[in-house]
Design a protein around this ligand. Structure first.
Ligand code: C2E
Ligand code: CA
Ligand code: CA
Length: 582
């Protein structure tokens, strides 16, 4: 029997029994080259006696651990335990070795400088005549591999900007939670003005805000909750332990408290707002995909109603269903020509003539009766029907204007409303619209396109180009509902605009409300100073008209003169109020 001792390292090495299936000639070779293998092997090898005291180590051991042979010979292998593995682990290792004479697995050891490192370890027990004579351990340093793996893991599971879990990790966690029995809430959150921030400030500011939001939200959750950044300005939370809507609402309000005070940027403070949609597991669905889509629908609804948060509910589901149905009906209405146009006269009170008409679309639903454009235009925008609808409107408004011109009203211009998504999707030289106008044989000067302030706010070069193209061809550009959106005063100057239409909310309480009068006066002065034409909408009373007349506002649109009229009624109206035509 060979008893392993520290004094006989060289002899020991020869006592290692090679694998059983070695052929004799292989064994010969192996023994011849052992010294080379020992010297140059990349894996660390150490040989211990039966009490786990080190007898010898190879150079790779010294390289990997930083310990020299002198440091470790005679020492117990516990010397490089990292402290990261628990007692159970070592007990299990010892038991396996005892029973099977072999243990393999990952382990954390420590280097001489104290840093822990992962290793893949193989330990063999040597037994001679039923007596344990020693142990051989071989291990490979896994640090580089682990680092590469964790790098990949971080890249695929975490958002680089905010360091929060990303959509993929979030989806995995959601799937896992759905497979357990415990109730939880799923919250999706969307920042409201991120687009404006990104277009009006630099991208670094946008990034800073996202990080600040992530930081604030993280401060309001518990360690058991998961907060993820699931998209550009979208975040999602998984909140275990929430069992009913009331609890969910209280928690959501706490989260939304993050937006109660402004975000401090480098040289300014900025208030941010967000909207949130909430769905509960298992109440609102047990399926991860459906649950997420329900929370997103609730978010969509919150945004639409301009509410900070909305819980998914069966009522919401019903509303969505009826909206989907309406969308379908609208698609049919466009296809089967159930829509019509009415025209509202715009008067020049100086010359006492109708100088322009505004085309307004109408929908007579076969079951529901008249549906307001305030309801169906946003629906058309959401569903991508607006382009087809807008084209139909332009075509018919042009056709009716041609008829009017033929009846002798040659000076009348037609003002056509354009939705923002519609404007943004035409080509940069606005060829679609200009071709339609030309095909109808109309001078582009007789067409005005009404767009809204929000389009100016997006401040895209492409929008400016489209406006220039339309104006170069002779069309007019009007800003509709001026003063209702963001304050676009500074933008007004920088865009090629001919007409500004003041929203009727500014006219409603004049001349009684002094504040309102001051506000309106200010806007009138501003637009006049910019040399643009001003149209006041929603004029209903003689008092309003008198007030506006005193302020030299000559273009007036409103029920006082006429409601929007179907073409035939419009024609009679024009023939009545302008018998001499021009
Ligand atoms: P808008 O462009 O501001 O149109 C003016 C709205 O004010 C029209 O409502 C008109 O009927 C109403 N109105 C006009 N004078 C008065 C008045 O003296 N008093 C009151 N209370 N209201 C007055 P309508 O036709 O219901 O249209 C509502 C909105 O729907 C429009 O607002 C516009 O944003 C959109 N819209 C209507 N037709 C079209 C269209 O053909 N294309 C697009 N994209 N949007 C349209
Ligand atoms: Ca309009
Ligand atoms: Ca308007």
């Amino acid at each position: 029997m060979v008893k392993l001792t520290a004094e006989q390292p060289q002899k020991l090495q020869t006592s290692i029994t090679p694998a059983r299936d070695f052929q004799d000639w292989e064994l010969n070779h192996f023994q011849q080259h052992q010294a080379i293998i020992w010297q140059h092997l990349n894996d660390a090898v150490l040989i211990c006696d039966d009490r786990m005291h080190v007898l010898t180590v190879n150079p790779a051991f010294e390289r990997i651990t930083g310990f020299t042979r002198a440091d470790v010979i005679g020492q117990n292998v516990e010397l490089w335990r990292s402290g990261l593995m628990n007692k159970r682990f070592y007990r299990h290792l010892a038991q396996t070795l005892e029973q099977q004479a072999l243990w393999q697995g990952e382990i954390w050891n420590r280097r001489k400088d104290g840093t822990p490192f992962p290793a893949f370890l193989t330990v063999c027990k040597q037994v001679v005549s039923a007596v344990t004579t020693g142990y051989v351990a071989i291990f490979r340093d896994l640090s580089a591999q682990k680092e590469a793996e964790s790098h990949v893991h971080n890249h695929t599971h975490y958002d680089l900007l905010t360091e929060l879990p990303n959509r993929q990790l979030f989806a995995q966690s959601l799937g896992r939670l759905c497979s357990y029995e415990d109730p939880f809430a799923l919250l999706v959150l969307d920042l409201n003005d991120m687009k404006t921030v990104n277009t009006s400030m630099d991208h670094q500011t946008g990034d800073d805000i996202l990080c600040a939001v992530a930081h604030r939200l993280s401060g309001r959750i518990r360690s058991s909750d998961l907060l993820a950044r699931t998209g550009g300005d979208e975040f999602a939370l998984l909140v275990p332990g929430i069992v009913n809507r009331r609890q969910a609402e209280i928690f959501a309000k706490q989260i939304m408290g993050s937006f109660d005070w402004p975000f401090q940027l480098e040289n300014q403070q900025l208030y941010m707002a967000a909207a949130m949609g909430i769905a509960l597991w298992p109440m609102d669905s047990k399926e991860p995909d459906v649950l997420l889509s329900n929370a997103e629908q609730a978010l969509f609804e919150a945004k639409k109603q301009r509410l900070p948060l909305k819980l998914y509910s069966s009522e919401l589901r019903r509303n969505l269903r009826s909206r989907n149905k309406l969308q379908q009906d609208l698609a049919n209405a466009i296809k089967y020509h159930q829509l019509s146009l009415v025209y509202q006269p715009i008067w020049d009170i100086d010359s006492h003539r109708v100088v322009k008409l505004e085309a307004l679309v109408r929908w007579q639903h076969p079951e529901r009766g008249a549906i307001s454009p305030v309801e169906f235009i946003p629906l058309a925008e959401e569903s991508g029907l607006i382009q087809g609808l807008g084209q139909w409107i332009l075509l018919h408004a042009c056709a009716d204007l041609v008829k009017l011109h033929r009846k002798g009203f040659t000076q009348i211009q037609m003002s056509v409303n354009r939705s923002t998504p519609e404007f943004q999707t035409i080509d940069l030289d606005a060829r679609e619209w200009l071709t339609t106008i030309a095909d109808m044989g109309l001078d582009p000067k007789s067409i005005i396109f009404e767009i809204t302030e929000s389009l100016l706010m997006s401040n895209q070069e492409s929008n400016r180009q489209r406006m220039h193209a339309l104006r170069a061809a002779g069309c007019g550009i009007a800003i509709d509902d001026f003063g209702t959106g963001y304050s676009a005063l500074s933008y007004l100057r920088s865009f090629p605009i001919d007409v500004v239409k003041i929203d009727r909310t500014f006219v409603r309480s004049i001349p009684e409300e002094k504040q309102e009068c001051l506000l309106l006066d200010g806007i009138i002065n501003l637009v006049n100073n910019l040399g643009m034409t001003l149209i006041i909408e929603g004029v209903e009373t003689d008092d309003q008209l008198d007030y506006l007349r005193q302020r030299q506002c000559s273009y007036i649109q409103g029920f006082l003169f006429s409601k929007p009229l179907p073409f035939d009624e419009l024609l009679s109206y024009l023939q009545r109020v302008m018998p001499s035509r021009q």
